[in-house]
Write a protein that binds this ligand. Structure first.
Ligand code: FES
Ligand SMILES: [Fe+2]
Length: 315
């Protein structure tokens, strides 16, 4: 089968945990981008991510490692690594610390209720920031409702749904294929897509627009507008575990005035909609060179857009 012809791991910021799941002093083993890592929260509350294996004798720092102040202590011989830069700061039974006693420190940012890690195949530093989503701190909007799903698929194939209007009609049995327009910004990295449709709601029939922003392959938002005075918003981060498995985390919010009605219906609609996709996603193969028909213009655009996120890994 084509199982091995999948693309690599695209470059970008990826959520690896919910911020509220990690208390100060907590240590978590995580595996993303085909890398073993340790995630922990320091005593002052900073989320940190280091490569997992101790440079000494190779113990996994998350398997019994402990947070000590701003660093993590290896479970094997108690060497301590600073969470900010991965440098060994203490060997309890030795005065001199070898200069190469250091693990890789990953760039981490906590935002929108999620802990993000920067991945770049060439290990280049981040060159853009995770956006701060205003809705999550706006008192007019509800507490975020969260949703998480793991799917055995390459993340690119999952993201491709966004520019696949035909599947909405076939898979999700939407009434008709919505008209979709796309625009690119910020050197072409940022993509904005919008579709219009007419929808019946308990409050009447409205001309709705579905706005989808993508900051990279794997970070996007969906905003539905058209019901007067009602806001519906979802932010998502989709992270590659490896080239065949993906985790997607969604944070959804609605304006408080209609969160119990339009909001709940919308949250339910998008989370149950994913069930329809699962059978396709969980069983498809990746086609590096699909046969496209004339009407597949958006899919062709998508495939062109994603290319910028890949680079050759260094080793
Ligand atoms: S293996 Fe980590 S301190 Fe020895
Ligand atoms: Fe879908």
């Amino acid at each position: 089968m084509d199982k091995d012809v999948v693309p690599g791991i695209p470059n970008g910021w990826y959520a690896v945990a919910w911020g509220s799941d990690l208390a100060p002093g907590e240590v978590r083993r995580i595996y993303y981008f085909e890398e073993e890592m340790v995630l922990f929260r320091t005593r002052t509350g900073r989320a940190r991510v280091l490569s997992a294996f101790c440079p000494h004798l190779g113990a996994h720092l998350a398997e019994g490692g402990r947070v000590v102040g701003e660093s993590i202590r290896c479970p094997f011989h108690a060497w301590q690594y600073d969470g900010a830069n991965g440098k060994c700061v203490e060997i309890p039974y030795c005065e001199r610390i070898p200069t190469n006693a250091r693990v890789r420190a990953w760039e981490v940012v906590e935002r929108n209720g999620m802990i993000f890690v920067w991945h770049h195949a060439e290990q280049k530093p981040s060159d853009w920031e995770v956006p701060e989503i205003a809705q999550f701190s706006d008192p007019e909007w509800s507490e975020a409702r969260t949703f998480e799903i793991e799917v055995p698929i390459h993340m690119q194939d999952m993201a491709e749904n966004n520019l696949d209007p035909v599947h909405f009609e076939v898979v999700h049995t939407s009434p008709k294929v919505p008209e979709t327009e796309i625009e690119f910004a910020e050197d072409g990295r940022f993509m904005h897509a919008v579709s219009y449709s007419e929808e019946e709601t308990p409050f009447g029939t409205f001309k709705m627009s579905l706005l989808r922003d993508s900051w990279c392959l794997g970070m996007s938002s969906v905003e539905s507008s058209g019901i007067p005075g009602v806001g519906l918003y979802m932010f998502s981060s989709t992270s590659p575990i490896d080239r065949h498995n993906t985790v997607s985390r969604w944070a959804m919010t609605a304006t408080r005035n209609r969160v119990d009605t339009a909001g709940e219906d919308w949250f339910k609609g998008i989370t149950s909609g994913v069930d329809d996709d699962l059978r396709i996603w969980g069983n498809k193969i990746h086609r590096p060179n699909p046969v496209f028909c004339e009407a597949d213009k958006l899919l062709v655009e998508f495939r062109r857009w994603v290319q910028q996120f890949y680079s050759e890994p260094v080793n």
